[in-house]
Design a protein around this ligand. Structure first.
Ligand SMILES: [Mg+2]
Length: 382
């Protein structure tokens, strides 16, 4: 089998799909995107894919190593997201050509279904509780909320009180019926992280995500020592080589590599195994589209330490398209008792609705995250 051509499609809400074709009529799909940098990733994907045309798609390990190592400069969000989407498409082709789901090629399932969680947006407790109650009725009991709005490096205790009051109200109204993680989103700098974590302990969040930015990962062990809340991070770490330092330093209880940012299935499967050796749980990051989610679920099925899977149904970013709009087998992604069952189809397990994708790509959005500023005019982390 040989790779004959490839094509990229930028689509709403903020995603990009990659289709890799072969001379045997088997096509693979990937989702190489970096939210807000889709055009940059598209260029990187084309540069890398051009070298794959004419080659055997089944040699995924060699293609991965060549894409990573044959260029003097490597790593980082852009190159690793491009490799990630190509890697997903190659696994899709391999699974389809052998007639089995990718998890069979990774040694087979360790579980039958994967627990998922939903994002809940909004800043007013009544809105949050309302959304949670709707999702509870649909069988989802685990959520993620933003932990706070913009926060200055040294902010007033009022900012801490406001962040805590919001979730206290949610806990008061819903009690232990729900679990929720809180995403600090890199908005909190080290001087405020400790006091915010301490103030949040009584509401017993499931975890706090990115308590400080990945660039400040040296604070993770110190922060972990100061709180009983499990700390999560990893969506802005792009390879084994970055996770290695964080695992060795300690402090992170939950690793959240993104299957569309950290080198795809090939790399994240290895990151999951490294995490397991450190007693770190796996919760792949995935506020993205259906191909990315399918790739995550393949790794979740084989990683013993996979505990939670993010998924973007109903997420506030999904303007213009929803998670399953481009999918012809939405029934396989049905959430039952808070879980998605192992995807039964060969390859990644997602049947992409190509016609719909082509149509959507004619009006490709150019999504960027908002630029926030503090009251004094300086730029704030979003
Ligand atoms: Mg996050």
């Amino acid at each position: 089998m040989k790779i004959t051509r490839f094509e990229t499609f930028r689509v709403a809400p903020r995603w990009m799909f990659l289709k890799i074709e072969t001379d045997e009529g088997i096509n693979g799909w990937g989702e190489p995107v970096l939210e807000g940098r889709a055009r940059t990733i598209e260029t990187a994907v084309h540069e890398l894919c051009e070298t794959l045309v004419g080659q055997d798609p089944s040699r995924i390990n060699d293609h991965w190593q060549t894409m990573y190592r044959s260029h003097f400069y490597r790593g980082g969000a852009v190159l690793m997201s491009a490799i990630a989407g190509i890697d997903q498409a190659l696994w899709d082709i391999k699974g389809k050509s052998l007639g089995v789901p990718v998890y069979e090629l990774l040694g087979g399932k360790v579980r039958e279904r994967m627990k998922v969680y939903s994002w809940v947006g909004g800043d007013r407790p009544a809105d949050i509780v309302g959304q949670m109650e709707q999702l509870l009725a649909a069988g989802i009991d685990t959520f993620k909320l933003n932990g706070c709005e913009e926060m200055r490096m040294l902010d007033s205790p009022r900012a801490v009180s406001a962040a805590v009051a919001k979730v206290e109200k949610v806990r008061e109204l819903l009690g232990d019926k729900v679990d929720f993680g809180l995403d600090f989103h890199g908005r909190v700098a080290a001087p405020m992280a400790k006091s915010l974590l301490r103030a949040l302990e009584p509401v017993r969040p499931l975890f706090v995500e990115e308590p400080v930015l990945a660039e400040q990962a040296e604070y993770y062990p110190r922060l972990a020592a100061s709180t009983s809340i499990p700390l999560a991070a990893g969506e802005r770490m792009y390879s084994r080589f970055e996770f290695k330092k964080v695992f060795e330093a300690g402090g992170i209880a939950i690793a959240q590599p993104d299957l569309s940012h950290a080198g795809g299935i090939t790399e994240c499967h290895k990151i999951a195994a490294m995490a397991e050796a450190y007693d770190v749980a796996l919760a792949p990051h995935c506020p993205l589209g259906p191909v990315a989610l399918a790739a995550c679920l393949q790794v979740d099925m084989v990683a013993h330490n996979a505990q939670l899977q993010e998924q973007s149904m109903g997420i506030h970013y999904n303007k213009g398209a929803e998670l399953l709009d481009y999918v012809r087998n939405p029934e396989d992604f049905r959430i039952q008792d808070g879980c998605i069952a192992a995807l039964p189809r060969p390859g990644l397990g997602v049947e992409v609705d190509e016609e719909r994708v082509r149509h959507a790509a004619k009006n490709a959005p150019d999504w960027h995250n908002p630029v926030w500023r503090h009251a004094d005019g300086s730029v704030a982390e979003w």
